[in-house]
Design a protein around this ligand. Structure first.
Ligand code: NAP
Length: 292
């Protein structure tokens, strides 16, 4: 089979960095575009790059992820998370490329008392969630849309690294909420499943997260004990006790059911505790965060 080619946008982000490695190792010819190489909000630049490279596939990992800032700067969020996907979808149609777009658990309102599956109606409560829901529509019916949640990778900023940096100060007490639940997802595992789905040219919506649903408080307990700290370093609070409160509301339940993977006969991803351990081992090797 001839070498297949893929353009990866947002290649400098935590999932992007893993995706570039995984597609390259799998023999794809990868055009890795961080923001300096391709600003996805620039329609002409998107059409020029995709029209010139004529890839078999495009994986869009560029996103405005500043959830709270989006409340006061909605145009920024909609430009990157919705309009940019319109540009990418048009450019993909013009060259016959398969588009994959990555979305979020924040498209749901969090009131369901069971995990959300792919056919549950969306009802985002934040500007960020609304911009990502709009992006799903802009991707179009032939695209693969992968919703994920609580993403953490060794390269990039995320709650694992934040917790480990804060925990290094013995006088610091951490407080995390017990009333928001979701599925932590390690960036490398997500990129691996993205590669499997793209390899097989899937389309439609898939929920892709690691296994294991926890509250933020329970997740932070797991991060601490995996790194060698006592779990008592974190104190449970409720969302109402957060001081100051965050501008953007978060879904209380953002646990995603992986119905589409299951119904396609694809294996579920492993429990998050294994890849979390691997990530913390990697951070220890790199020495990028203080660890006991
Ligand atoms: N992180 C999470 O917890 C989470 C949860 C659910 C879903 N997701 C989704 O998963 C996907 C990957 O997220 P991630 O965690 O890898 O995020 P990330 O680390 O923040 O990476 C996003 C990348 O997109 C780039 N970017 C932003 N605006 C751009 C633009 N206009 N043109 C080109 N690049 C642009 C950013 O560059 P700069 O650094 O220069 O801004 C950054 O490198 C996104 O679709 C995100 O919405 C993430």
């Amino acid at each position: 089979m001839s070498t297949r080619s893929i353009v990866i946008t947002g290649a400098g982000g935590q999932v992007g960095l893993e995706a570039v490695d995984i597609f390259t190792a799998s023999g794809w010819q990868v055009t890795a575009c961080d923001r300096s190489r391709l600003d996805v909000t620039d329609r002409k630049a998107v059409r020029d790059l995709i029209g010139t490279t004529r890839p078999d596939a495009v994986l869009n990992l560029a996103a405005w992820n500043a959830v709270d800032l989006a409340e006061s700067e909605p145009d920024g969020a909609f430009a990157a998370n919705a309009m940019a996907v319109r540009h990418l979808a048009q450019a993909c149609r013009e060259v016959g490329a398969h588009l994959t777009h990555v979305s979020t658990d924040y498209v749901f309102d969090g009131t369901k008392d069971a995990p959300y599956h792919e056919w549950d109606p969306v009802n985002p409560r934040s500007v960020y969630g609304r911009s990502k829901a709009a992006g799903e529509l802009e991707a179009g019916p032939d695209a693969l849309v992968v919703r994920t949640s609580w993403v953490c990778g060794a390269r990039g900023s995320n709650v694992v690294k934040t917790v480990l940096n804060l925990a290094a100060d013995p006088d610091r007490t951490l407080s995390f909420v017990t009333d928001q639940r979701g599925c932590p997802t390690l960036a490398r595992d997500l990129a691996t499943t993205l590669a499997d789905l793209i390899d097989d040219r899937h389309s439609g919506i898939f929920h892709v997260t690691n296994g294991g649903a926890v509250s933020w408080y329970e997740f932070v307990q797991q991060i601490l004990t995996t790194a060698g700290y006592p779990s008592s370093r974190v104190r449970p609070i409720t969302t109402a006790e957060m001081d100051p409160p965050r501008p953007a509301p978060r879904p209380a339940n953002s646990v995603l059911d992986h119905a589409a993977l299951r119904l396609c006969g694809l294996p579920p991803m492993r429990h998050f505790t294994d890849p979390l351990g691997e990530m913390i081992d990697e951070l220890r090797r790199i020495g990028s965060v203080p660890l006991p």
